[in-house]
Design a protein around this ligand. Structure first.
Ligand code: FES
Ligand code: FES
Length: 171
């Protein structure tokens, strides 16, 4: 997409933001840096900063992207949604927060990995509202939870799909 006079326009959580290249954004600035340090959207986490943990995941045009591996300028003309852009009663957020099934446990302990898992789950359910357990595992395989809540997370994703089917809304 062409840019006019070094202006970068990015839609972030429903609002278009305008940035000046070189003044607000440098050509090598990552999207994670822009979102966290310039816009204060600190829900996404930067843990490995090299594409290996999923903590920095956001949605770009509805698809999950690693914001630590995406340049801010690559988001020009695109729509970004971060965890802050989801409704409080979002079915995925609810499913993660409610998860406590015996035998599977909680979907979060420290919560550091949770925003990334939630955003990848949003992307998965946008495309496949009723995934199988193996599809859930495949879709979330790039994420690391250092607290080891994988069983609870997988259950939460399945429950989020059920909530959507029962009348919840997609982002
Ligand atoms: S911080 Fe981006 S993948 Fe780990
Ligand atoms: S809940 Fe602590 S890293 Fe996943």
């Amino acid at each position: 997409m062409s840019r006019k006079e070094n202006i970068i326009n990015i839609k972030v959580n429903e609002k278009w933001c305008e940035f000046s290249l070189d003044r607000d954004i440098t050509s090598n600035m990552t999207l994670s840096f822009l979102l966290r340090e310039k816009l204060g959207l600190t829900g996404l986490k930067v843990s490995c900063d090299e594409g290996a943990c999923g903590a920095c995941t956001v949605l770009m045009d509805g698809k999950a992207v690693l914001s630590c591996l995406t340049l801010a300028v690559q988001a020009h003309g695109h729509e970004i949604i971060t965890i802050e852009g989801l409704a409080e009663n979002d079915p995925v957020v609810k499913a993660f927060s409610e998860q406590c099934e015996p035998g599977y446990g909680t979907a979060l302990q420290c919560g550091f990995c949770t925003p990334g898992f939630v955003m990848s789950t949003k992307a998965l359910l946008n495309e496949n509202p009723k995934p199988s357990l193996s599809e859930v595992k495949e879709a979330l395989s790039g994420h690391i939870c250092r607290c080891g809540c994988y069983a609870g997370i997988a259950k939460a994703v399945l429950h989020a799909g059920e909530k959507l089917e029962a009348g919840g809304k997609k982002s």
